[in-house]
Structure formats: structure tokens, C-alpha cells
Write a protein that binds this ligand. Structure first.
Ligand SMILES: Nc1ncnc2c1ncn2[C@@H]1O[C@H](COP(=O)(O)OP(=O)(O)O)[C@@H](O)[C@H]1O
Ligand SMILES: O=P(O)(O)OC[C@H]1O[C@H](OP(=O)(O)OP(=O)(O)O)[C@H](O)[C@@H]1O
Length: 184
């Protein structure tokens, strides 16, 4: 049986990378792969195990059909390597750190995908973004504004089939909820 695409989305700072890192061993145990994304983020910007490339390299990879999914957001380009199609065909589940703006296209290409929306209280979110220290304050405000535009609309439009995971509390609780969602 083909594997399932698990598409994890949520605002910048909601904890997608942290959740994937914390859940990594438990996901591996159950044969779920986590995708390493290709991002046009400078190599020194930390936060995630991703492959950093220049915009020119990204364009070449995209033109060569290297990506199963790709999108632009926050001034960056993101690609999900085509390898995932072989993994899914081999029966492995594949977890992708995705984009809310790209949800419709992802569902079109992978209709059986499981969508997980990570949420966090907006005040906690601002504090976490500031504490993470990866973006400037102006960029953080942009990300919060993008978030405000998305979350309510997403829940209203796509309520069916979207599992909401609240990450306002301890990360370990969210890991347990994530694993629970994968079992239902
Ligand atoms: N449950 C949590 N409790 C406290 N801090 C958290 C929690 N989840 C994530 N964080 C922190 O919030 C910040 C943003 O998390 P991150 O995983 O980078 O989010 P995202 O990948 O969604 O942008 C990081 O500094 C991280 O350590
Ligand atoms: O359409 P959106 O849902 O807003 O998502 C846009 C992009 O932002 C996040 O990436 P990234 O990991 O670079 O940002 P983050 O770590 O700040 O979440 C997310 O994973 C998407 O790739």
C-alpha cells in the first residue's frame, strides 16, 4: 500500500521544526520519513536541517524537475525533493514541513494527504519568534501579519481533514498528540 503524505503547516514560530526534531526518533520507529527541504536561505541562518541553495541553483533544480512540491514565501523559495514520490510508492509515510499558502496545490497532487495545523497563542508566538532570534523585528512583524491573514481563514475554509495541534504548552505533549493523529 502507498504511504501517506503528512503535511505539517502552521505559522512561523509555531514550532514545526522543533516538533519534527523532538518527534524524529519516534517517527523513525514507525517508518515515517521526514523530508529535508531545499531552501534559498543563507547557510548561516540556523533552525532546521535543510539544504541551503542560491536562488540561481534553486531555479535550475526546479527547471530540471527536482521538486515534487515547491513554493515561495517570506522572500524565500522552498522545494520538496522528488524522492518523496519513490518513498510514498514504497509504502513509507512522509512528513513535510509545508506552507499554508500551498495547501490547495498539495492536496491536488496528494489527495490522500493528512494535514496537521500547528497553532499557538499569538502572544506566545511573538515571544517565541523574538527569543529564537533568527529574523529582524520587522521580519517578525511581517510573519505575524501573514499568520493573522491565514489561520482563521484556513480553519474556516479547510476544516475538513485538518487536524489542529496546539503547541502553546510543552513540546512533549505536542509530540504525543502528533503521534496520536498518525494512528487515527
Ligand atoms: N512547545 C514549545 N514550548 C516552548 N518553546 C517552543 C515550543 N515549541 C517551539 N518552541 C520554540 O519556539 C521557537 C520557534 O520554533 P520553531 O520550531 O523554529 O518554529 P517553526 O519551525 O514553526 O518556525 C524556537 O525557539 C523553539 O525553541
Ligand atoms: O505559507 P506559510 O504557511 O506562511 O509558510 C511559508 C513558509 O514558512 C515556513 O517556512 P520556514 O521554515 O522557512 O519558516 P519558519 O521556520 O519561520 O516557519 C513554512 O514551512 C513555509 O515553507
Amino acid at each position: 500500500m502507498a504511504g501517506r503524505l503528512i503535511y505539517l503547516i502552521g505559522p512561523s514560530g509555531s514550532g514545526k521544526d522543533s516538533l519534527l526534531d523532538a518527534a524524529r526518533p519516534r517517527l523513525a520507529e514507525r517508518g515515517c520519513r521526514i523530508v529535508r527541504r531545499v531552501i534559498t536561505r543563507s547557510a548561516e541562518a540556523v533552525g532546521e536541517a535543510a539544504q541551503g541553495v542560491s536562488p540561481a541553483q534553486f531555479a535550475v533544480m526546479e527547471a530540471q524537475g527536482a521538486f515534487a512540491l515547491s513554493w515561495q514565501a517570506n522572500g524565500l523559495s522552498y522545494g520538496i525533493p522528488k524522492d518523496i514520490d519513490a518513498w510514498l510508492a514504497a509504502g513509507d509515510d512522509v512528513l513535510v514541513n509545508g506552507s499554508r499558502a500551498h495547501l490547495a496545490q498539495t492536496r491536488e497532487r496528494y489527495p490522500a494527504s493528512l494535514v496537521l495545523l500547528l497553532t499557538v497563542d499569538q502572544a506566545v508566538l511573538r515571544q517565541r519568534l523574538i527569543a529564537r532570534g533568527r529574523e529582524s523585528l520587522a521580519d517578525i512583524e511581517e510573519r505575524l501579519a501573514r499568520n493573522a491573514r491565514f489561520t482563521a481563514q484556513l480553519i474556516a475554509d479547510d476544516a475538513t481533514g485538518v487536524f489542529v495541534l496546539d503547541n502553546s504548552g510543552p513540546l512533549e505533549h505536542t509530540v504525543e498528540r502528533l503521534l496520536h493523529c498518525l494512528n487515527v
